[in-house]
Design a protein around this ligand. Structure first.
Ligand SMILES: NC(=O)c1ccc[n+]([C@@H]2O[C@H](COP(=O)([O-])OP(=O)(O)OC[C@H]3O[C@@H](n4cnc5c(N)ncnc54)[C@H](OP(=O)(O)O)[C@@H]3O)[C@@H](O)[C@H]2O)c1
Length: 310
């Protein structure tokens, strides 16, 4: 089969190579991969992992062979799954507790947007639950996580202010009550703030949190540090800063139901991932665009099953 392999020392960051078929473990299904998506965190991993490492966490496709232990979806089922790595391939293995069957009206490209970014959006928002009527601020709202967080928060009854880098980026945001280009323009206080830019953005977030509110920090896209002083909280008593990692935030067995929940939100029309779709041969071109903030929403790649190494 063909797979994308890390080539950090070459002209392109990944290369399509002929590799052996994967061997599923007893609790893993074999998936014919139809689409996958790229995350900002994976760009960082690709730069630091060695030559030959196999990237790829977010995949969708069709079950070719059910797990040998009899659990999980049957052959032919369309699924979305979260893998540790090695997902950018024509075939991949996924533990059954990290996959969900797709409703009929959810496409492979939409589904591929869900695992890392969708789970992060869903689970960071849970830190503010119940959200009905609450003011929620989302930074990076044009990004992969941010644009889905805005929609899920709105679906949950929150009044959402979305922070984007420019008015043009705001065109891709759905569900927000207010869109501002820069956190400094966000007015009032918020019960929940999702913050992944770091640096000055986190400083500004602290000045906008309600008393007893929660700032969930889940990234540092700017690479900048933030200095924090207890006195910053004088007008925001008992507010807290909650760190977040999507992978360990909830028990392993919740991956499947959370992926199913996200897919059901797409099916009912309340979650519409914004997609920039390409062939998996174009990953080397799209990666720099994501890094440079020129992709709105999720970069999704189609895996051609009849591909050959050129
Ligand atoms: N902790 C976890 O479990 C977890 C899970 C997933 C993602 N993350 C992290 O969360 C962040 C968002 O992930 P993502 O997949 O949504 O990334 P993304 O699609 O690249 O979006 C990042 C957004 O952040 C905004 N941003 C603001 N300042 C930035 C800066 N200095 N550099 C780059 N972007 C900046 C950009 O918005 P504008 O261009 O409109 O300004 C961009 O839309 C990343 O840092 C990622 O590593 C963490």
């Amino acid at each position: 089969m063909l797979a994308l392999v890390n080539t950090p020392n070459s002209a392109t960051p990944v290369e399509l190579r002929e590799l052996p078929e994967p061997t599923p473990g007893a609790n893993e299904a074999l998936i014919e991969v139809r689409a996958f998506s790229l995350n900002r965190g994976e760009l960082r991993l690709m730069a630091t992992r060695p030559e030959g490492w196999r990237p790829g966490q977010d995949i969708s496709g069709v079950v070719l062979r059910a797990a040998a232990d009899g659990s999980g979806p049957k052959p032919g089922a369309p699924v979305v799954g979260l893998t540790d790595n090695a997902g950018w391939a024509q075939r991949a293995t996924v533990p059954v507790h990290r996959m969900a069957v797709l409703p009929d009206n959810v496409g492979f490209e939409q589904a591929a947007a869900l695992p890392v970014a969708g789970l992060t959006a869903l689970r960071t928002l849970r830190h503010g639950a119940p959200l009905l009527g609450k003011r929620v601020l989302v930074t990076g709202a044009a990004g992969g996580v941010g644009h889905m967080a805005v929609q899920i928060a709105a679906r949950s009854g929150a009044r959402v202010t979305a922070v984007v880098g420019s008015p043009e980026r705001g065109r891709h945001v759905r569900g927000a009550e207010t869109i501002v280009d820069g956190i400094d323009k966000a007015e009032g206080r918020f019960a929940l703030i999702l913050e992944a830019a770091g640096g000055a953005s986190l400083t500004a977030a602290i000045s906008r949190i309600e008393a007893k509110g929660t700032i969930v920090i889940f990234g540092n896209s700017s690479g900048e540090p933030t200095s924090i002083n207890f006195r910053d909280f004088a007008e925001h008593p008992n507010a807290r800063i909650q760190s977040f990692s999507y992978f360990t935030s909830e028990p392993e067995e919740l991956f499947a139901p959370d992926l199913a929940l996200l897919a059901s939100l797409i099916a009912e029309g309340s979650l519409k991932p914004a997609l920039v779709e390409s062939s998996w041969r174009d990953l080397a071109t799209i990666g720099p665009q994501l890094r440079d903030r020129r992709i709105a929403g999720k970069a999704v790649f189609r895996v051609e099953q009849n591909s050959m190494v050129r």
